[in-house]
Design a protein around this ligand. Structure first.
Ligand code: AMP
Length: 301
């Protein structure tokens, strides 16, 4: 039986807990309600680093006034069990006043234009709030490497850009999306879905799958195949379905060959769901787990 992780609630407690971590430290940032997707990030982190810190923080700055902050699932005891089973060293679980002692921070990280499209268009200010807390948690945890899921592709891209554009001494590692056996991407928000919603929600991963199957035929075939699946499921209220360049998030043109991001967002019942798959477009193409070299791809922007 592995030892229970040290729980740090304050900056001082985190500082004290960090002193005991003498080797390379990897960090997994979460909003709690942990599931197998988070556990996979933790496992990847543990494979490569001597110590793992998990942060559990529901960041008010990245939720809009009409979003689900107050009803977001809070399952701290279960989260701790997962962290313990996965051999996490330290869990940093602060309250908002620990992270924002002066209230809303006047200075924030700006995501720039990449933060205004797709999820950013639907959720104004979301990515500024997300990057601000990620920057703070990078500093507070003092980790060497930071693990994020491909599930939140735009978030991952923006974190890579922040690290590069303002020279954070941090290594960002991406982890493929973990799915249920039937394809549904794991998400803490899946607990909001009724049984019927869950059936409807499968249209998202199915659309991505069907689209990626047509990868050799080019962008319009991919988009058409994915769209057909979504059109056949009118209870999934689609916000966007796009095939975009992985680092500019601009629609790829019909002549495009190479890596692209096929991404979808839709409301199912009361729940907004997102999903995506990296796709290689052109000869030999198809779905991919992650982009082949995200670090250098980001550098090419
Ligand atoms: P969240 O708690 O939803 O903010 O997610 C915390 C981290 O877990 C983020 O880096 C997410 O991208 C990642 N994550 C969430 N769901 C999945 C999943 N199904 N597969 C892989 N990573 C995930």
């Amino acid at each position: 039986m592995t030892a229970a992780p040290v729980v740090a609630r304050t900056r001082d407690e985190l500082r004290t807990a960090r002193v005991a971590l003498t080797g390379q430290t990897a960090v997994v940032m979460t909003m709690g309600a942990l599931h197998e997707g988070h556990a996979t990030l933790i496992r990847e982190a543990r494979r490569e680093a001597e110590h793992v810190v998990v942060t559990i923080f529901l960041n008010p700055l990245q939720f809009g006034p009409k979003e689900d902050l107050s009803k977001y699932p809070r399952t701290f005891d279960d989260d701790m069990q997962i962290c313990r089973a996965e051999g996490v060293d330290v869990v940093f679980a602060p309250t908002p006043d620990v992270i924002y002692p002066d209230g809303d921070p006047g200075v924030r990280i700006s995501a720039g234009p990449l933060g205004d499209v797709l999820e950013g268009q639907a959720r104004p200010g979301h990515f500024d709030g997300m990057l601000t807390v990620v920057a703070k948690l990078m500093h507070l945890t003092g980790g060497d490497s930071f693990y994020f899921g491909q599930k939140d592709a735009q978030q991952l891209l923006l974190i890579r850009r922040m690290v590069r554009d303002i020279d954070f001494p941090a290594r960002v590692v991406s982890v493929p999306t973990v799915r249920e056996a039937d394809g549904l991407a794991l998400s803490s928000r899946n607990t909001y879905l009724t049984d019927t919603d869950r059936e409807v929600a499968l249209a998202l991963s199915r659309a991505l799958h069907e689209g990626a199957q047509r990868a050799e035929e080019g962008p319009s075939a991919i988009r058409r195949a994915a769209r057909e699946v979504l059109v056949a499921e009118p209870l999934a209220l689609v916000d966007y379905l796009v095939l975009v360049h992985p680092t500019t998030l601009q629609d790829v043109p019909e002549w495009y060959h190479g890596e692209a991001l096929l991404a979808v967002a839709a409301r199912v019942g009361t729940t907004r769901l997102i999903d995506n798959t990296p796709v290689l477009v052109g000869p030999g193409g198809g779905a991919r787990q992650v982009f082949s070299d995200t670090a250098s791809a980001a550098a090419a922007v």
